[in-house]
Design a protein around this ligand. Structure first.
Ligand code: KG4
Ligand code: ZN
Length: 342
């Protein structure tokens, strides 16, 4: 008997992107609709949670309808509805969770809650059809910096995490400090191309006793101190050099920790995920490091690195296949832990 196709309708609204997608059989993205609120939040220099929630409410139904129509299917043909229920901004998450629950209930479809980071990791399956666990994945986004052993679909062990700022947060803060504005990551990425990454030697932080943990607050302070001392001495700051030197300090630590982990755990496959994973210098550095170590290197296209619902559809598919089902009491869990079932 031929296996029936599984269509997952996925919704993502954990931060400032309202997104919906239809994914067939786990790895085929039929539609990927993203409404980005970035322009709105740029006015305030960062994401304003209240504004994000309101905009999600305005957009969520439109985005879901477009995802279905772009995919050329009707709600009736959907197998299950997947939605990010944490971690993220509680008000923002609630919009997606409520919309997904309402749709699943009305159409009599199973509901599958998905962890946002599981989504980011799963983005790697979209364009790398041959990729299967186990592998190690570095997840670097605006809210997270995790080194994760992906043991199996839906089975994770976090072996390293940030002690303070997430990598993306550090990019955003430094971008603001050097006058690039929000969102910082893509701007630092671009400006760095004009700068010298060895112009200023910023610290590469080690965390005592935790080989794979990260800390970016010392680096952030070092950049701010450098900017202050330039100002006091009346020395003009070379924005591109600061950006490139800061970026290199972050990348050196991310690559160093990741490669140590891959060696110690004896994996042959390494992947990156999350918004910062779209950084061009970071991708080049990992490409080189993996080549030198004879590792297979996986990374999603930039559109699947930053927040999107296709990655939630992929993770939702594997959760669905494992039998994960959520009830109509599913709630937003802003600090949901990876691997935790609620
Ligand atoms: O994964 P994501 O879209 O949202 C979260 O789950 O946090 O990540 C957003 C973060 C922001 O901090 C943004 O500045 C950063 O990813 N980012 C980048 C780049 N593009 C986005 N950081 C460095 N280089 C980039 N090209
Ligand atoms: Zn994200």
């Amino acid at each position: 008997m031929e296996k029936e196709d599984i269509y997952i309708l996925a919704v993502e609204s954990s931060c400032d992107e309202t997104a919906a997608s239809v994914v067939r059989n786990g790895r085929e993205v039929l539609s990927n609709v993203i409404y980005s609120q970035i322009d709105l939040h740029t006015l305030y220099g960062g994401v304003v949670p209240e504004i994000a929630s309101r905009k999600h409410i305005e957009k969520v139904n439109q985005v879901i309808e477009k995802a279905l129509s772009d995919a050329g299917i009707t709600l009736k043909e959907v197998t299950a509805v997947a939605v990010t229920y944490g971690p993220g901004l509680v008000g923002a998450l609630l919009v997606g969770v409520s919309a997904a629950k309402a749709i699943a209930f009305a159409a009599d479809k199973p509901l599958v809650g998905v962890h946002h980071i599981e989504g980011h990791i799963s983005a790697n399956y979209i364009e790398n059809k041959e990729l299967e666990p186990p592998f190690i994945c570095l997840v670097v986004s605006g809210g997270h910096s995790h080194l994760v052993v992906v043991k199996d679909y839906g089975e994770y062990e976090i072996i390293g995490r940030t002690r303070d700022d997430a990598a993306g947060e550090a990019f955003d803060k430094i971008a603001r400090a050097i006058g690039l504005g929000y969102p910082g990551g893509p701007k630092i990425d671009k400006v760095s191309k004009e700068g010298n990454p060895d112009a200023i030697r910023f610290p590469r932080a080690k965390v005592d006793g935790s080989t794979y943990d990260f800390s970016f607050s010392g680096l952030k302070s070092a950049v701010l101190n450098y900017l202050n001392s330039c100002e006091m001495k009346g020395i003009a700051v070379n924005q591109a050099d600061v950006a490139a030197s800061f970026q290199k300090a972050v990348i050196d630590v991310l690559v160093g920790h990741s490669m140590d982990a891959v060696s110690q755990y004896h994996f042959k496959k390494f992947a990156i995920a999350g918004g910062v994973a779209s950084n061009t210098s970071l991708r080049a550095a990992f490409e080189k490091a993996c080549r030198e170590k004879g590792l297979e290197f996986y990374h999603p296209s930039p559109v699947y690195c930053t927040d999107n619902a296709a990655m939630i559809g992929v993770a939702g598919y594997y959760e669905y296949c494992k039998g994960t089902r959520h009830g109509w009491d599913l709630n937003a869990v802003p600090n949901l832990k990876l691997g935790e079932r609620i």
